[in-house]
Design a protein around this ligand. Structure first.
Ligand SMILES: NC(=O)c1ccc[n+]([C@@H]2O[C@H](COP(=O)([O-])OP(=O)(O)OC[C@H]3O[C@@H](n4cnc5c(N)ncnc54)[C@H](O)[C@@H]3O)[C@@H](O)[C@H]2O)c1
Length: 286
């Protein structure tokens, strides 16, 4: 297995909310990064998000101008999977669909050298099922970054049925190289974070739908009452309502009725009101 010391080039699959954030923090830590999406347009959008994020960090004096320029220069974009062939570690952050993730892992398994660790950023899908699409299950692990990646300090390392000990250690060590702190979860639905967070968000949506309070009061109530930085509806908009629905459906499928997705959550996703990323969710955004 390729050790962390020999990791120079990191591949990121998906240039969306999480992929571009992971590419940014890996490049800031000094790694060369190849960020791959299926369309050039999505790659460009990923770079736009990275540029805005780096600008904010420079404005807030958290990163120097030179640091931002160097970070940006270390990231290359592509639509070709073959461009990941000389990566020493690959992190997948494509859409939360098992069939798509398994196809990606089968393709990666054929493209990337046998001793390279393949990580997935899945929020709730089984790391073991994703790994089963490869011939290197010992080298597949969950490395679950939090959103927004450049801001959040934590990374959840998810250990699948056949994930090797060295692979798990590499996942922790790599996240720490990116200045993150880690915790570990067994490969069970929702892991630690979303098993607890998604029912909280879902209950917030039901509380709105059942007319208990206005959206503003639900969010204010939870912020003032429990000292969290965002209430459930604001946080759902931030994460993306489609991501919340996918995660809640997985939990419902695996863990039963207490996780049934709220009706209003499904209605908003069907209407394309996915939260911040589409300009409208529970709140409206410029
Ligand atoms: N949004 C969050 O708060 C959050 C937090 C933690 C983990 N996650 C997980 O991270 C993953 C990505 O989520 P996101 O919010 O960045 O989604 P997103 O929709 O913003 O981005 C997904 C990207 O993947 C691309 N894609 C689809 N198929 C691809 C393929 N075959 N190859 C390469 N790229 C492909 C899409 O074009 C899109 O640009 C999901 O598994 C999600 O569950 C999301």
């Amino acid at each position: 297995m390729r050790e962390l010391d020999s990791v120079e080039r990191v591949g990121v699959v998906g240039a969306g909310t999480m992929g571009n954030g992971i590419a940014q923090v890996a490049a800031t830590a000094g790694y060369d990064v190849v960020m791959r999406d299926i369309e050039q347009e999505f790659v460009e959008k990923g770079f736009d998000a990275i540029d805005s994020s780096l600008d904010r960090l420079v404005d807030g004096e958290k990163l120097s101008d030179d640091g931002a320029t160097a970070t940006r220069e270390r990231i290359t974009g592509t639509t070709e999977l073959d461009d990941l062939a000389d990566c020493d570690l690959v992190i997948e952050a494509a859409v939360e669909e098992m069939a798509i993730k398994q196809d990606i892992f089968t393709d990666l398994d054929e493209t990337v050298p046998d001793d390279v660790v393949l990580a997935t950023n899945t929020s709730t899908l089984s790391v073991t099922s994703i790994a089963s699409a490869t011939d290197r299950q010992e080298l597949v692990v969950g490395v679950h970054f939090m959103n927004p990646v450049p801001v959040m300090d934590g990374v959840e390392v998810v250990v699948g049925e056949r994930t090797g000990e060295k692979t798990t250690k590499l996942a922790h060590d790599f996240a720490e190289e990116l200045d993150k702190e880690t915790w570990e979860s067994d490969d069970k639905p929702g892991f630690v974070s979303n098993r607890i967070l998604m029912p909280w968000i879902n209950e917030g949506v039901r509380t709105l739908d059942e007319g208990v309070a206005t959206k503003e009061d639900i969010d204010r109530g939870m912020k003032l009452g429990t000292n969290v930085p965002m209430g459930p509806l604001e946080l759902a908009d931030h994460i993306g309502l489609d991501i919340c629905l996918d995660a809640t459906e997985t939990l419902h499928e695996e863990l039963g009725d207490r996780y049934t997705p709220a009706y209003l959550l499904k209605r908003k996703v069907e209407a394309g009101n996915l939260g911040k990323k589409t300009g409208r969710g529970f709140y409206e955004y410029e």
